[in-house]
Structure formats: C-alpha cells, structure tokens
Ligand binder design. Sequence first.
Ligand code: ADP
Ligand code: MG
Length: 362
Amino acid sequence: MSNSRCSSMSIDIENLNKSYGSFAALDNVSLEIKSGEFLSLLGASGSGKTTLLMALAGFVRPDSGSIRFGGREVVFQPPHKRDVGMMFQNYALFPHFNVYQNVAYPLKLRGFSREQIRKRVEEVLALVELDHLIERRIDEMSGGQRQRIALARAIVFEPKILLMDEPLSALDKRLRETMQLELRRLHERLGMTVVYVTHDQREALTMSDRIAVMSKGKIQQIDSPVNLYERPASRFIAEFVGESSCLPVTLRDGHAWFQDAPLRSAVAVNGNGSNTACLVVRPEKLQFVSGHSEGFNLLHGRVVDVIFQGETQLVQVDLGEGAQVSIRLPSRRSESAHLPVKGEVVVLGLHPQDTLVLGEAR
Ligand code: ADP
Ligand code: MG
C-alpha cells in the first residue's frame, strides 16, 4: 500500500430523501462525486451531513432515491458489503487492544491470512508514522495518535471510498491543522474517493477539491473552494464561507444602489426578484483610496476601530445610515503605507470585479 495508489470509485447520488416523522433530514439530494475526488460536506449542525454520510455507508436507509458506487446501485446493500472505509469523530477504537490488533481488525473480518495481515498493518502504520508504537495499548496514546490509528484502520483494507465524519473535531487547533495537511497529502498519495464532513469552513477550504454546502437537508451550492469563496450564490453562502459584511442596497433601473450611488459591478446581480439586496464585501477586497479614484466603487466613512490581530489588523468603518464594513490589512506594511486611526474620515475603494450583489438565501 505504501508504494501504490488505491483505486477509487465515483459516487452518484440521485434524489435522495430521508425523513424522521415529518422532518426532512435529506430533501431530494443529488450529487455526483468524481472518482478520486476529495469532496467535503460543509454545513451547520443539523443540516443533514451525517445523515447523508450514513446513507452512503449503509447505516441509514433512505426513503427514496439512488446511490451508485462506480455505476452500481448500492441502496439495498448492507454496510459490510459496500466496502467503504470509515472514520468518525469518536473513532471507536478498542481501548484494551494494542495498535496492531486495532488496525488488523478489518483485515481479520475479511479473512486475510496472518502474514498478509502483518504485512499490511506494518505498511499502513508506516504511512501514518506509528510503526514504532505497534505494541502500544490504545489507552496509553495521545488524541492525535489515536486519531492516526483510526485513520490507519479505515484505510488498511484499501477501500476505494473513504467516508469521514468530523474526524478532527476532537483535536486541538494546532494538531487539527497539522492533520488537515496530512490527510490532504495522504489523499494525494493514495487517490481514493473521499467524502469528508465538517462544520468548519476553513477546514473545508483547506482540504477539498470541491465543497457541497448543506443547509436544511439540501445542497445549497457545490463548487471548488475558490469559486465558493469568490462567487457565492447566495448571501447565506457568503456569510457561511469566509468573513463578509452585508451592506443594504436597493435594486432599480437595472443597477444596485448603495446610499444614492449606483454600483458598477462586473458580476451578475442576483437579486432574487426583490428590490432590496446585499452588497457582500470581504474584508480583504477593500482598500483605502483617495477621493477621486477612477475604476472603483467608492464608499465614504469614518474609522470607528482599529484592532490588532497578529498578522493582520481589522479596521472597522462606519458608512453612515447604520452601515458598517471591516477591512483587513496586513500588519507588516511598507513605511509609506498609512495606517488609519480611529475617527479618521476615509474613502474605501471596491473593484467592480469584487462588487457582488446578492439576494437572500433561497
Ligand atoms: P449534521 O450531521 O449536519 O449535524 P444530522 O444529519 O446528524 O446533521 O441531522 C440532521 C437532522 O436530522 C437533525 O435535525 C437531527 O436532529 C435529525 N435526525 C438525525 N438522525 C435522526 C434520528 N435517528 N431520529 C430523528 N431525527 C434525526
Ligand atoms: Mg453530524
């Protein structure tokens, strides 16, 4: 395994529904996941992520709809026949077993020979850099080590599909970020199809080929991390993925107006038929300009706060009429760059390319 790539499989989900009583946990979900893709399901708690993952694993039986692995229908297949690797938040290792016994378990279930098992377990433990702790008991290991063992156990039988449900959420921030990069590299190396559940937008942005954002049992948008961030389809997505301010605008005469000035936008205005909408502004898209800067949409205001946050400073600007925006500036700036101070009157420039007007969530 350490030298070879796993093979992978596509996943086609079509019109999947699952209700608990009158509550729709999955509301007509359709999703095509490419073979070898790293896809994240991102959403707040209760949005249906685990239900969808459990339907893929075979532990939740959908009311209707289809799930195909590599083109083959699996909806009526029991979990053990689907042969997917799984890793969960509470990774359910056997605490009294040692590392070797835990990782060997899925191979034993599948009837591998003793020699095959030893060879594979050693290989996969080398892959997660735990081969030196092979005899150690689980209850003598740290959270990060346990998490790696759970990963080793999930991939030891070389599944074509790996399902992970918030596998890093029990770890502290530093370890979580290290493991995110490790999982990414492991996926690059092994190449299996991964469906990864998280409620953490930064984690999803860091790890995924594509992200499906879920809310209320539906997929609201599916796209690459960059597109999701740069071109959110709704205000809901804009606010869920990354930081943003929402400035109220009115839509008339084919323009979006902010405080009596029409906005130039290179992006299609998505007003959802109403005449009020939201100018979505990311803090790093704004810059301080002089009052006559051509080519920008200009916002006039007064600095209300400058907050030092380490590598960046957050400057909050009051635009009047109850509207406020935040601007993020690198803390390390050139000598000539002016850092605004509290109370200063400023003009902010927003490029038409970054001028995004969106209606409410669908
Ligand atoms: P997520 O993983 O995004 O937090 P879940 O898929 O676990 O969300 O749950 C989605 C919704 O379905 C939640 O409102 C949850 O309460 C409900 N739900 C999940 N499983 C059950 C169940 N077995 N019985 C009743 N309601 C459930
Ligand atoms: Mg969940």
